[in-house]
Design a protein around this ligand. Sequence first.
Ligand code: ATP
Ligand code: MG
Length: 391
Amino acid sequence: MKFPKQWQSAVDVIAKIENAGYEAFIVGGAVRDYYLQKDSADVDVATSALPHEVQAIFSQTVDVGIDHGTVLVLDCGEPIEVTTYRTESTYSDHRRPDEVNFVRDLPEDLKRRDFTMNAMALHNSGQFVDLFNGRQDIDAKVIRAVGDAAERFQEDALRMLRAIRFSAQMDFSIEENTLKAIQEHVKSIKFIAMERIQVEISKIWTSPNPVRAIHYIQWAKLDDYLPGEFDAIEWEQVQTANRQVGWAYFCLVNAHDVSLLSVYRCSNKDKQFVKQVLHAYEKLQNEGWQRIDYLQFELDILQTAHLFATWQYITPTIPFEQIEKMKHALPIQHKNELEISGNDLLQWTPKKAGPWLQVALQAALLAVVNGQISNDKEQLKEWFHAFNNEG
Ligand code: ATP
Ligand code: MG
């Protein structure tokens, strides 16, 4: 197998480290993806050289995490993360090693990794270092902990959720002993920060098979420790590359409970998106979308709400393709295109500013969007006087 083009910088970095008399390999997820002939987002390099030795080899480096042995090398094109082989000591808090020790021995570094498929190294020559039969497990589509599964989850409880997330992303099953160990250790997920849990769950939402992950979550009773309901039936139709869409749907199937987003430490931007989508969904469900809704919701919000109806086995009266057409057919595309402002209204009446202004502007907007009057200042002025007299 030839290395992918994007790896050229990493290959150059490895060659330079070797020239200086140390070992270096591609490690982790990139090796797994290479074996699967899948593109990998980032390539990690591990080396026997200590961080200061790496810094001495290259002229442009940034120490991004020198305590953990990571140096970013900028000399060879793309920035490459180079991490010194390390072992991790005891984990008294179930999430982080008490200390990290640098070592010169590759097997020591591979041993601390989570799953056999993630614990391989690849040499520039194309040779694999595969001490735990990672390739065999990949062939069998199995996720297996490196070493004693129970011990590994005891050390770092996030690994349980990582196993489940990989199962959804790769459509692999979790090996029996590994799965049993998850079931026995679910409780310790409470030691893991919600931010990190959120990252893994986001990857489940955007995976090709979220149902697979939810089955594991239910089976292991991990959901006893994760806020919200994880109900596989609700997710049968779900397919999305967008994590916000996943979180919005999670809230939807949890009685529209947006407060879950705070619990999972989602951003304010996520919350805004989710609120909009749920609002649009509720309108679609109740009275159906009116012209003003097509104006007030962005296209992606409308499309997401429509998608949710489909995922809920509901057929909306309007077909998906029509949404964009409906939006474009409106006399204006955004409420700020309305030809009048609050100032205009104030000039046309002796009344003082007050809440009535918003009411009048919204009524004008509605009249324009519904095609009752055109978006023209003179016409709007006439309309306003009539509106004022009525009110
Ligand atoms: P992804 O494609 O999602 O990035 P990845 O396998 O590259 O998957 P990363 O989180 O980028 O995952 O981690 C890189 C490597 O570091 C993993 O392949 C694994 O060898 C190791 N690793 C990461 N997290 C853990 C962990 N919690 N415990 C043990 N090893 C880990
Ligand atoms: Mg990675």
